[in-house]
Each structure stands twice: as structure tokens, then as C-alpha cells.
Design a protein around this ligand. Structure first.
Ligand SMILES: [Zn+2]
Length: 83
């Protein structure tokens, strides 16, 4: 099975973590912390995001590096230009 990652924060996506579309279906591109009810959760800060993601991985340091390396690209592009 292909492992998907949230295109906003980079966390691994499982069926339970997937974002929610406006019609209630699951969104395959974003987690439910980044994307809920068809909207991006704009008030979710990067620090909260890291703490959130850290709960879903045994390799916290790797995730922090992953997040920081993708921060400028994914974080900005996904949240600023999609809406
Ligand atoms: Zn996310």
C-alpha cells in the first residue's frame, strides 16, 4: 500500500488522519489537522503542527528535520496560494 503524506505538514496519512472535504468525504492530500470541512485550518501554527506530527512517529527528530526542510515550500504554497 502506498504511504501518503500530508501536502501541508508532511505527516504520514492514515485513513483516520485524512482531511475532511466539505461534503464529508476524506481528502487524500491533507491531514485533518490541516484540512477540515473543506477548508484549511489557518490558525494552526508550525509549532503546533510539529507537536501534532510528533505524536504520529517514533522518529521525532527525523520529522522535525523533514518539516523544517519543507516549511518554506509546502507550508507557504499550500496555505497561501490554494485559497
Ligand atoms: Zn497536515
Amino acid at each position: 500500500m502506498e504511504q501518503k503524506f500530508c501536502q501541508s505538514c508532511g505527516m504520514p496519512l492514515t485513513d483516520n488522519d485524512k482531511g475532511i472535504n466539505a461534503d464529508g468525504s476524506r481528502n487524500d492530500d491533507y491531514c485533518n489537522y490541516c484540512y477540515m470541512n473543506g477548508r484549511f485550518t489557518q490558525d494552526f501554527t508550525m509549532e503546533q503542527m510539529i507537536e501534532h506530527c510528533a505524536r504520529f512517529t517514533d522518529d521525532i527528530n527525523k520529522m522535525r528535520i523533514h518539516l523544517s526542510s519543507h516549511k518554506s515550500r509546502y507550508y507557504v504554497s499550500a496555505w497561501r496560494y490554494t485559497n
